[in-house]
Design a protein around this ligand. Structure first.
Ligand SMILES: [Fe+2]
Ligand SMILES: [Fe+2]
Length: 292
């Protein structure tokens, strides 16, 4: 009989994290696409040059361009026409997501439902990216918001890898009490997923704002100069059509604002109605990108 699953201390989790010899990282090609796309002068041709150096990524991009998601009438025969179909915004999201799925694939999940996790992360990221595009103050930050969205719960993958029994134990508790909080995460897992994600991501060479925004997704007011970004991300996560077992939900009647103190004071239900098309697209994006 397997031993009873147990709680883990913060110190043990930290020690296991420090002992990790190889860390998954965002592949160079995804990083390059992200950096290039943040340059307003960049063209699809420049991105093509980077993507074609990675044949599996090229194959995936072609597959996406020719999927029902992209709505093409005639199949794209070359990378160039595939990129035109997809467009810059989606392309960055696709390359980042595929890069992350590959980076973490060696960390085989013991218990955590990885597909739901990525469905949640990818749909949140997609919504964050598109909400940013329609916000005049954040439209230049859409790629950063995608990246913050896809990484916001990465701490769960880290904890699942380092302490699967404790995650299993937490999951059982989650089922029993039907309500989850960061406090309970600290009790069962030694730290919450935000701290685990933060500790993990410091080894990645990411812009500081991406890490701070991602890790303030439950408390956007703590995001310092990036509060507006973090409020937007929190809204995107709450609108996401997919949740994972530990998603912390806010009530539908709660007012949730992308710009605290300003005009857009809507309840989550009102946002849901207003952004229903976006949510629908996010669902399709997440389905397509995690579907293998
Ligand atoms: Fe979270
Ligand atoms: Fe989340």
């Amino acid at each position: 009989m397997s031993p009873v699953t147990t709680q883990i201390s913060r110190g043990t989790l930290l020690k296991r994290m420090q002992e990790l010899e190889t860390l998954p990282t965002l592949p160079a090609v995804a990083q390059k696409v992200f950096t290039l796309a943040s340059d307003p002068e960049v063209t699809l041709k420049d991105l093509q040059g980077v993507i074609m150096l990675d044949p599996p990524l090229t194959a995936k991009v072609m597959k996406v361009a020719n999927s029902a998601y992209a709505g093409r009438r005639f199949p794209a025969t070359g990378l160039e026409s595939a990129l035109v179909t997809i467009g810059m915004q989606e392309l960055v999201g696709i390359c980042t997501t595929i890069g992350l799925l590959n980076a973490f694939s060696p960390w085989v999940p013991e218990y955590f439902d990885r597909r739901y996790f990525w469905l949640h992360s990818a749909s949140s990221a997609y919504i964050a990216q598109h909400l940013a595009l329609s916000d005049p103050k954040l439209s230049g930050k859409s790629h950063e918001l995608f990246l913050a969205g896809i990484l916001h719960d990465i701490g769960w993958i880290v904890m699942d890898y380092l302490a699967p029994d404790s995650v299993k134990r937490a999951y059982i508790m989650r089922e029993e009490i039907r309500e989850w909080s960061s406090k309970l995460e600290r009790r069962y897992l030694g730290m919450d997923h935000v701290e685990a994600g933060f500790l993990f991501l410091r080894f990645w060479n990411l812009p500081e704002e991406v890490v701070f925004v991602a890790m303030s997704h439950h408390e956007p007011e703590t995001a310092g100069p990036w509060k507006r970004h973090a409020h937007l991300l929190q809204l995107a996560i709450q609108l996401a059509p997919y949740k994972h077992p530990f998603s912390i939900l806010v009530p539908e009647e709660q007012v949730i604002s992308v710009d605290s103190g300003q005009k857009k004071l809507l309840t989550l239900a009102q946002w849901r109605e207003r952004e229903s098309n976006l949510v629908e697209h996010a669902k399709k994006f997440a389905d397509m990108i995690t579907g293998g």
